[in-house]
Design a binder for this molecule. Sequence first.
Ligand SMILES: NC(=O)c1ccc[n+]([C@@H]2O[C@H](COP(=O)([O-])OP(=O)(O)OC[C@H]3O[C@@H](n4cnc5c(N)ncnc54)[C@H](O)[C@@H]3O)[C@@H](O)[C@H]2O)c1
Ligand SMILES: [Zn+2]
Length: 406
Amino acid sequence: MTDQQPQTDPTTERTPQTPPASAPAGADAGVVAEDVQAREEHDEPSVIPVAGGSEYLSEGGYDVVVGRGLLSQLPEMLGTQVRKVLVVHPRALRATGDVVKEDLDQAGFNAITAEIPDAEEGKHIQVAAFCWQVLGQNEFTRSDAIVSVGGGAVSDVAGFIAATWLRGVNVVHMPTTLLGMVDAAVGGKTGINTAEGKNLVGAFHPPVGVLADLDTLLTLPKNELISGLAEVVKCGFIADEHILDLIEAEPEQATNPHSAALRELIERAIRVKSVVVSQDLKESGIREILNYGHTLGHAIELAERYQYRHGAAVSIGMAFAAELARSVGKLDDATAERHFSVLGALGLPTSYRGDRWAALLDGIKRDKKNRGDQLRFVLLEGQGRPITYDVPDESLLFAAYQEIAD
Ligand SMILES: NC(=O)c1ccc[n+]([C@@H]2O[C@H](COP(=O)([O-])OP(=O)(O)OC[C@H]3O[C@@H](n4cnc5c(N)ncnc54)[C@H](O)[C@@H]3O)[C@@H](O)[C@H]2O)c1
Ligand SMILES: [Zn+2]
């Protein structure tokens, strides 16, 4: 990290910070692709297609548009049938939600905002019920639409409301967190939490479009940005090595929301997710590879009662997966070591408490990927070569954990 970047602890739950007033635009090294650099300089958006739109709502997929100041594209994305729009946002993004609403009104729509509780508090059935009530009272029909403005929590609940209202209306996501852009808003999974656990209720309901406005990241707390980068690094290891090269070349630019380097990282991560989900719309096969680092990661989140950033937990989970793969002779030393250097360069954690193994093993055993009693992990057989691995013996997990334990 450089002097311009305050030291942040990406493991902590939300520590709001004032964004740097004038972070340097940053001259990117030659590793940033010229086309991305040029689009960034000319304020041109990039369009990343994703296959598999909703069976009811759109044919043949949708676009993820990445750029700056994208609001003018929203009307076209919503389409000509839509008259009423519910703009769902958390309190923290009230100003942005209001701008979206006013813009839609000016474009001839009838827009209403729904302010919902922040973060996971928003992913509740009562919040969905509140929005259903607003939709009902305002007589939203099948041809009206919903827009989410916020992080993954908002796109998850807004997507769920869109999936359920009249059995499915159009939704456009406007993700405002890095994690939302590269992960939650893309792929069509929606969900809410119940008392029994996170994301237990939901539906597959792809959006009709995603507008990822990079300028929204300017106000995102740095620890949220860094935490989201863990998913980007994941895409680097499971598929696109250039992501890792970019981070290694200039780790400080990777966390600078003004930089062309971060834009390229985001676009590349979205492309990886797009390719994977386009092949596996309902998570029955290859989509599992997106869970790289998540088996231990989820166990850490559970052990920490979700007071730990998801990306930080996944970062530790990837370090663990690298050690496990190395110890069972699947992964070469250099690629395993690269996990520690790349994640470390971003300020992401790669070790965890040694006294927590029993609780973590408990969490691992609850993992969705397990088949019966068989423990399964996504591991790498080499750079960009993910596999699912059935763990033959629990003691292998313990041994790998010793390598990352504090
Ligand atoms: N559907 C999927 O495929 C998928 C994938 C990954 C994660 N998720 C879900 O996403 C959620 C996590 O998403 P997240 O990390 O974006 O968290 P989040 O939505 O809780 O947002 C994090 C915090 O940042 C604030 N915030 C958002 N944008 C901001 C901005 N531009 N400026 C300032 N503050 C801002 C939010 O109000 C919140 O407090 C989880 O609920 C997870 O289950 C879903
Ligand atoms: Zn994740």
